[in-house]
Design a protein around this ligand. Structure first.
Ligand code: AMP
Length: 116
């Protein structure tokens, strides 16, 4: 059983978060330290620590991350101008919370993909 992070508490609503969407597979909430005008995290409800831990059994849930991103982008009014989806993995990816999450970033031009 994978170790819980603060995100499990957000899913169970044990700590406050600005949840914008939740269903049987995923939860989406606003990032506490937004890096763009719109910055939402979309996470599976069950713990997958990193992309390295993804299995075929997760394919339906991982698909829901994308359909939720598309739906929220529409709702946020950023779909047409565009946005960026990021999933960080481990040290080189800059992952800080080990519960797989997709960042939905937009609402303004985001610049180059990598700041070097
Ligand atoms: P990552 O570096 O990809 O692991 O991203 C972790 C993200 O989680 C960061 O953007 C944090 O600002 C965000 N974060 C951490 N704790 C919380 C929280 N309690 N509520 C909302 N976002 C959070």
């Amino acid at each position: 059983m994978a170790e819980e992070t603060i995100f499990s508490k957000i899913i169970r609503k044990e700590i406050p978060a600005n949840i914008v969407y939740q269903d049987e597979f995923v939860t989406a909430f606003r990032d506490i330290a937004p890096q763009a005008k719109t910055h939402i995290l979309i996470i599976p409800n069950h713990i997958i620590p990193t992309v390295n831990d993804v299995t075929e059994q997760d394919e339906r849930i991982l698909g829901r991350l994308f359909t939720t991103a598309a739906k929220l982008a529409q709702e946020e009014g950023i779909a047409e101008d565009g946005y960026r989806l990021i999933i960080n993995c481990n040290k080189h990816g800059g992952q800080e919370v080990f519960h797989l999450h997709m960042h939905l970033l937009g609402g303004e031009p985001l610049g180059k993909m990598l700041a070097k």
